[in-house]
Design a protein around this ligand. Structure first.
Ligand code: NAI
Ligand code: MG
Length: 496
């Protein structure tokens, strides 16, 4: 026994030396091919126009804290101009155009996005802080795929909803967050266009650049003027869209607080509304799960993309009999994660999107410690400049801890153990959110049992964070309502 223990600790030592002894050589993505201006205007009625406000704000690179460009800050009057352009385009061209012609424009946007995929990926990582591997392999291709997918539906709406004569709503106001800037723009714009609506979209204040590049692509595609308008600014710009009398529909993705405010602001109006808000997903590992695969899935679910994912697997429930093994493997894997330059192809965890978000995450680390959850952080180096945080596990958390209840939106995983299936279902559901969940088990019947009992819009089984344009996404409870993606994603933009 003694000898075995010695061997074990030796093995552990070796492992640690192995992890810390060598590093990957830097492998930065080239940036010489991207085209960025020093200043961006508003995209209204097919043209880039100066804001009526005369005001601009700076957008930075969160990995370096350096300014990338100045961005127009749209006021109420600018929003009004954009809505008028969208209304005119709706009445004069877009609603009258044969659906198969509309589809051609949407296809063209998708193809242009593919042609400029490298540039879009680099700019997404520079402005948002996410690893280039993520923006290159996930965000940009998925964004283009959404346009391809919805282009296909444009002239088939009668088949999608047989005997129901679907009609567009008119002008859609769309407000998106900073965690998937280009992808969220695609999720919002593509189904709106396919169903014959026109758009006023506002990207998040910290990540306007890829939406503005998309505006250039839209201009290049020859889409009729005013069909898509992109206005940049802060919460006040978003509120001006929400409150505008001539907007027929609001689609919002972001924080639960702002979502609740929008719900109040639109109550009593005939604006249609969809909200995609926060989450606190449970990833559940049973003792018969393929453990290594599950550990990789958990890591992918919460640490990649800095945990800036509404459906991030931020709570982990491990069946007691395998808890030690899973936690040890998680700790080992944590040590191998590379935190740093988002543009480096080896980076796993990039920069936190903003100083405010970093502050929020650090506050939650303090809250977790104060609640006496056991904190474990990777020993990795983090860059001195920019907004970075080490990937963090909280062991022995309780259901009542704030870190197990509230959305942190960072690379922080709250871990609990469980014994029975009833117990874990109860705990997983006992939360204000219900966006997504993950189940890891070898047993198909258990997967079906859980998918029917977990109150979550998406339940992944033996995988995590997998997206496809054909599959609907959206929440229960405080995670919002309405679905995006798939056939379901057409409905919020139609009346029957
Ligand atoms: P936020 O909800 O303030 O921002 C999302 C978008 O809403 C941005 O474009 C923002 O300019 C706009 N906005 C802000 N106030 C508005 C208003 N009164 N009317 C209309 N639009 C408005 O989110 P924030 O402050 O950036 O992040 C706070 C927290 O929200 C995060 O820490 C995270 O927990 C959560 N969040 C969830 C997201 C999700 O995908 N479900 C995305 C972003 C944040
Ligand atoms: Mg906010």
């Amino acid at each position: 026994m003694k000898i075995e223990e010695n061997n074990m600790s030796k093995q552990k030592e070796n492992k640690l030396t192995f992890f810390t002894d060598w590093k990957y050589a830097p492998s930065p993505e080239a940036t010489d091919h991207i085209r960025l201006q020093n200043q961006y205007e508003l995209f209204i009625n097919g043209k880039f126009v100066k804001p009526n406000s005369g005001k601009y704000f700076e957008t930075i690179n969160p990995a370096t804290e350096k300014t990338i460009a100045r961005i127009a800050d749209a006021n109420e009057k600018d929003v009004d101009t954009a809505v008028k352009a969208a209304r005119q385009a709706y009445n004069k061209t877009w609603r009258k155009m044969p659906a198969k012609e509309r589809a051609k424009y949407i296809f063209r946007i998708a193809r242009l996005m593919q042609e400029r995929a490298r540039e879009l990926a680099v700019i997404e990582s520079m402005n948002g802080g996410k690893p280039i591997r993520e923006s290159r392999d996930i965000d940009v291709p998925l964004a283009a795929n959404h346009f391809f997918y919805y282009a296909g539906w444009a002239d088939k709406l009668e088949y999608a909803f047989p005997n129901r004569s679907p009609k567009p709503l008119g002008v859609a106001g769309q407000i998106i967050p900073w965690n998937f800037p280009l992808l969220m723009a695609a999720w919002k714009i593509a189904p709106a266009l396919a169903t014959g609506n026109t758009v006023v979209l506002k990207p998040a204040e910290t990540t306007p650049l890829t939406a503005l590049k998309l505006a250039e692509i839209i201009q290049e595609s020859g889409l009729p003027d005013g069909v898509v308008n992109i206005v940049t600014g802060f919460g006040a710009t978003g509120a001006a869209i929400v409150n505008h009398k001539d907007v027929d529909k609001i689609a919002f993705t972001g924080s639960t607080n702002v979502g609740k405010w929008i719900q109040k602001a639109t109550a009593g109006t005939d604006k249609k509304l969809t909200l995609e808000l926060g989450g606190k997903a449970a990833n559940i590992i049973f003792e018969d799960a393929p453990i290594n695969q599950a550990v990789e899935g958990i890591v992918n679910g919460i640490f990649f993309n800095q945990g800036h994912v509404c459906c991030a697997g931020s709570r982990l429930f491990i069946q007691e009999s395998v808890a030690d093994e899973v936690i040890q493997k998680l700790k080992d894997r944590l040590e191998t994660l590379i935190v740093g330059d988002p543009l480096d192809k080896n980076t796993d965890i990039g920069a936190i999107n903003s100083k405010a978000q970093l502050q929020k995450i650090n506050d939650y680390l303090k809250i977790g410690k104060a609640d006496e959850a056991e904190m474990y952080q990777s020993n990795c180096e983090i860059p001195k400049k920019g907004f970075f945080v080490r990937p963090t596990l909280f062991l022995n958390t309780a259901q009542s801890h704030r870190i197990s209840q509230e959305e942190i939106f960072g690379p922080v995983l709250a871990i609990q153990t469980f014994r029975t299936i009833e117990e874990v279902i109860e705990k997983a559901n006992n939360i204000p959110y219900g966006l997504s969940a993950g189940v890891w088990t070898d047993k198909g019947s258990r997967i079906f049992n859980l998918t029917s009992k977990l109150r979550a819009g998406v339940v992944w089984a033996n995988t995590y964070n997998k997206f496809d344009p054909t599959s609907p996404f959206g929440g229960y409870k405080e995670s919002g309502f309405g679905r995006e993606g798939g056939l379901h994603g057409l409905m919020p933009y139609l009346k029957f």
